[in-house]
Write a new protein. Structure first.
Length: 181
């Protein structure tokens, strides 16, 4: 089996689950749940609904002011998270545990699969350096916060809430190390 298919095989075998309830709760904790689409200030006014759904994650228009029912949010969120996880599986080349995969999923849900796959965190994990990869979800090689900034009015601003999310992802990821990943 090629290394590229390791996580996909874990998903197919049931060792790694897609869209688990615990992960969905984790995402909602950090994304919130907004049934009325709004212009996300941290994302430069990007129309957002439910738990962080945007035009980058769904195949339907999101129009500020539109109402999405709880049922519609839950259904579309599960589809988006499963799609994210399947795409993410393509860039993880070593076996990982559910908590490591879920932490990477949260990161990818927030910053995009391509960014997560290109991140230092995934690079370290793919080298088998899982603990260092988990730490890299929240910290750069210099120990400073990463993935915790937004650019507004041409300047980069630290957002404590994003850093808190990165720390929670790091913690989730590290919790999976002694589970065989």
């Amino acid at each position: 089996m090629s290394k590229k298919t390791v996580v996909a095989a874990l998903i197919l075998s049931g060792a790694i689950a897609l869209g688990r309830a615990d992960l969905m709760k984790f995402l909602e904790r950090w994304e919130g749940r907004e049934n009325i689409a709004y212009a996300d200030k941290l994302a430069g006014g990007l129309p957002t609904v439910c738990a962080g759904l945007t035009k980058h994650t769904v195949n339907q228009p999101i129009i500020v002011g539109d109402y999405w029912s709880d049922e519609k949010c839950a259904e579309v969120e599960r589809q988006v998270v499963s799609k994210t996880q399947l795409s993410l599986a393509d860039c993880i080349r070593v076996p990982v545990t559910q908590p490591v995969f879920d932490a990477l999923t949260s990161h990818a849900h927030n910053v995009g699969v391509a960014n997560t796959c290109a991140s230092r965190a995934v690079g370290l994990i793919n080298q088998g350096r899982i603990a260092q990869g988990c730490d890299a979800l929240a910290h750069g090689a210099n120990g400073q916060p990463v993935w915790s900034y937004v650019t507004q009015n041409g300047s980069k601003k630290f957002v404590r809430g994003l850093y808190n999310r990165r720390l929670a992802e790091r913690s989730m990821c590290l919790s999976g190390i002694n589970q065989g990943g």
